[in-house]
Design a protein around this ligand. Structure first.
Ligand SMILES: Cc1cc2nc3c(=O)[nH]c(=O)nc-3n(C[C@H](O)[C@H](O)[C@H](O)COP(=O)(O)O)c2cc1C
Length: 482
């Protein structure tokens, strides 16, 4: 199998070939697709390509669980399918920095047209109700067409194009809301447009190579376009078409694209929505919306769904693997020596808990690593606990990490706090109406630097000796041996 593929359809062929694609037929968009997907991702099952969806034309499909296994994520990142969680984490070490650097050579190329133009609905002809948009969770306020999406916006001053995964709810056949949290690139772009023109251009890709929703859904650095970054991951530039409606680039082989402008002051009821911390946190609020001017779609289009919920959820595995690699690289770029491991587990949605392992080299090293891991762009939004441990701790093993916290900290001296940090209405501990700050704890669970060598020795057998014993006594543990 090659590491190369271009669009979602070729991605599906690759996933089918490794036996990780199922084809559920006849599900209802109303809760059933969401429920079946929830069962599937809790079991780390196959990707699901729903077809024959009730009330929709056959061939109009929804894909979920796209990036929920090491093998599918490996395919998506062009790292091959032959991966376990551990090999994927090590294959990604240093990759985000390399992709960022290489993105300078992979600007997207503009082409005249592409498969996404096979069907065009414009003006009064726009009808978003044709698509099998799921009603994902029981208490949602509407049907979310944008979950595993990639929303293109542009900085009107610096002219760089961002892709972000920002949720989008159907209002009717030609209006959708768009919820972007303050401080996200798409929000800053749109703020600047509002200040200059009183309106902001938006292109929402609702089905495409899952690479775009992954990169859109993690904190690629400011000023770096995810389109170029995706080109670097793929090893060739992404083909885009310049929109005649907004001037923004459209991914030429996307499945479904929604185009329009958000006007200043246009706001509509949005939410509630089952959110990634695991609650319907933000309830109903007024959010910007766009009147859709044009919709493009391929024949038999495939919507990419990626609903959040109590973790693990549809994209928590992807976020954990990607964030762990990105925060690792951010620490290295910030000059932190001897970073041995970083892990942002799924229980914290890949955000609220970050564990960093270092080999301590100097007094203050652990706090420095902890504060940067808490506040670098890759981790700053909605973080909560950052735990720094010594290199003998496996960052992916929560039992071991919490053992280090229990035995190598003195709560009064080992925990520092940061107040008024970057959060949003997705923070479950915010009461309605409170400003979107949260606080952070940096837990230094390393053996104290100044008496490291005196610290009690760990009570466990010498690993080489234990390995020898396991060989000799393996029959006791079902692992062969004498
Ligand atoms: C499936 C999915 C849905 C998301 N929904 C939202 C959302 O509704 N609003 C938001 O601000 N961020 C959302 N995020 C998180 C952002 O995509 C993420 O923070 C990303 O880094 C934003 O892009 P930016 O860093 O270029 O602003 C979502 C992420 C994923 C993967």
């Amino acid at each position: 199998m090659t590491n190369k593929y271009d669009d979602l359809r070729q991605w599906l062929e690759q996933v089918e070939a490794i036996g990780e694609l199922a084809h559920p037929q006849g599900a209802d968009w109303n809760l059933e697709i969401g429920g079946v997907s929830e069962i599937d991702y809790k079991k780390r099952g196959p990707a699901l390509l729903f077809d024959g969806i009730k009330g929709c034309a056959p061939g109009y499909r929804v894909l979920t669980s796209s990036t929920n296994s090491a093998r599918r994520l490996g395919i998506t990142l062009r790292l091959g399918a032959d991966h376990t969680d551990a090999t994927l984490v090590s294959a990604l070490r240093g990759a985000p920095s390399r992709w960022e650097e290489a993105s300078k050579r992979f600007a997207p190329v503009y082409v005249e047209s592409g498969p996404v133009f096979e069907n065009v609905m414009e003006g009064d002809g726009v009808d978003l109700m044709k698509f099998p948009t799921p009603f994902w969770h029981e208490m949602d306020g509407g049907r979310y067409i944008g979950t595993g999406c990639a929303v293109a916006t542009v900085d009107p001053e610096e002219e760089w194009v961002n892709l972000g995964a920002y949720r989008s709810m159907l209002m009717d056949k030609n209006h959708v809301t768009l919820s972007i949290v303050q401080g996200k690139h798409g929000h800053i772009h749109n703020q600047k447009w509002m200040e200059r023109e009183g309106r902001a251009p938006v292109v929402i890709h609702c089905g495409m190579d899952p690479l775009f929703f992954m990169l859109g859904g993690v904190e690629v650095p400011t000023g770096v376009s995810e389109l170029a970054y995706a080109g670097a991951v793929r090893g060739e530039p992404v083909k885009v078409v310049k929109s005649t409606i907004t001037g923004l680039p459209i991914i030429a082989d996307a499945e479904i694209v929604i185009e329009g402008w958000i006007k200043k002051g246009d706001r509509a009821d949005e939410g509630p929505f089952g959110e990634w911390p695991g609650y319907y946190v933000s309830g109903k609020s007024k959010e910007p919306y766009l009147k859709v001017e044009r919709v493009l779609h391929r024949n038999n289009p495939i919507m990419l769904g990626s609903p959040p919920a109590k973790p693990p959820h549809d994209y928590s595995y992807m976020r954990t693997i990607m964030k762990s690699a990105m925060i690792f690289d951010a620490l290295v770029s910030a000059g932190i020596p001897e970073v041995k491991g970083v892990y942002a587990p799924e229980c914290g949605g890949g955000r609220m808990l970050v564990i960093v392992a270092i080999k301590q080299r100097y007094a203050g090293h652990a706090r420095q690593a902890g504060f940067i891991a808490s506040q670098c762009r890759e981790a700053a939004y909605m973080g909560k606990y950052t735990i720094v441990v010594d290199e003998d701790i496996d960052v992916t093993n929560l039992e071991e990490v919490i053992w280090a916290v229990c035995t190598r900290t003195d709560p009064v001296t080992s925990i520092d706090f940061i107040r008024r940090a970057w959060a949003s209405k997705a923070e479950p501990m915010l009461r309605k109406g409170e400003p979107p700050f949260n606080s952070r704890a940096v837990i230094d669970a390393c053996r104290p630097y100044e008496w490291f060598s005196e610290f009690p020795k760990v009570a466990q057998g010498d690993p080489d000796y234990l390995r020898e014993l396991e060989k000799k006594w393996g029959a006791l543990f079902g692992s062969g041996g004498a």
